[in-house]
Design a protein around this ligand. Structure first.
Ligand code: E4P
Length: 218
């Protein structure tokens, strides 16, 4: 399973990249705003900075909600770097824009997906990635992980090549549940990836090894 980091924070992206486990980055307008990135030129500059750090795909979201606007913004984003994936909201105009980009070989990520039907439409429009939001469904007492399983089944039924990018992943159990189902990618905070490391028996076992080594070598 590929690990994408869901942030526009350059320090976190660098740290995850340095750990050697990072396959890509996803951003959204809220994450860009959180880093204080505003204005078209600054936004484009920031995406270039992210692309310079990572080896894999970098999702950059359009702001426009009409077809022409999405095409204009998406083409400008895609021209920045071959790592750029144009991230498009799951609305009617977005489906049309997704089809437009996929026919031209530009990578796409259909975002704000909350139902299997929306994921089916994304695949039919030729999306490179579909982003079902696990955490936000859990937030409203719905089952985000069940959505990933349903999409996996539908895509496998027909051999759709669209990759399931489990988004809005919040904690290590989400990551493991997505891996068990067979999500192609997960995107979440660096803290959720680091939490996979933790086990008390690892810590106590290492402490014991070091203590025994120190005794034997004193
Ligand atoms: C998807 O790509 C979004 O950027 C993201 O995963 C949303 O996560 P959140 O629900 O934690 O904001």
């Amino acid at each position: 399973m590929k690990f994408f980091i869901d942030t526009a924070n350059l320090k976190d992206i660098r740290e995850a990249q340095d750990l050697g486990i990072l396959d890509g980055v996803t951003t959204n307008p809220s994450l860009m705003a959180k880093e204080g990135i505003a204005g078209v030129d600054n936004v484009l500059k920031h995406y270039k900075a992210i692309c310079a750090i990572v080896d894999g795909d970098v999702s950059a979201e359009v702001i426009a909600t009409d077809f022409e606007g999405m095409v204009r913004e998406g083409e400008a984003l895609a021209a920045l770097d071959e790592k750029i994936v144009v991230k498009i909201p799951m609305i009617k105009e977005g489906v049309k824009a997704c089809k437009y980009f996929s026919e031209r070989g530009i990578k796409t990520n259909m975002t704000l997906v909350f139902s299997p039907g929306q994921a089916l439409l994304a695949a039919k429009a030729g999306a490179t990635y579909v982003s079902p939001f696990v955490g936000r469904l859990d937030d409203i007492s719905s089952d985000g992980i069940e959505l990933i399983a349903k999409i996996r089944l539908i895509y496998d039924n027909y051999g759709y090549e669209t990759q399931i990018l489990a988004a809005s992943v919040r904690h290590p159990m989400h990551i493991m549940q997505c891996a068990e189902i067979g999500a192609d990618v997960m995107t979440g905070p660096f803290s959720a990836m680091l939490a996979l490391l933790k086990h008390p028996l690892t810590d106590s076992g290492l402490a014991q090894f070091l203590e025994d080594h120190a005794k034997a070598n004193s």
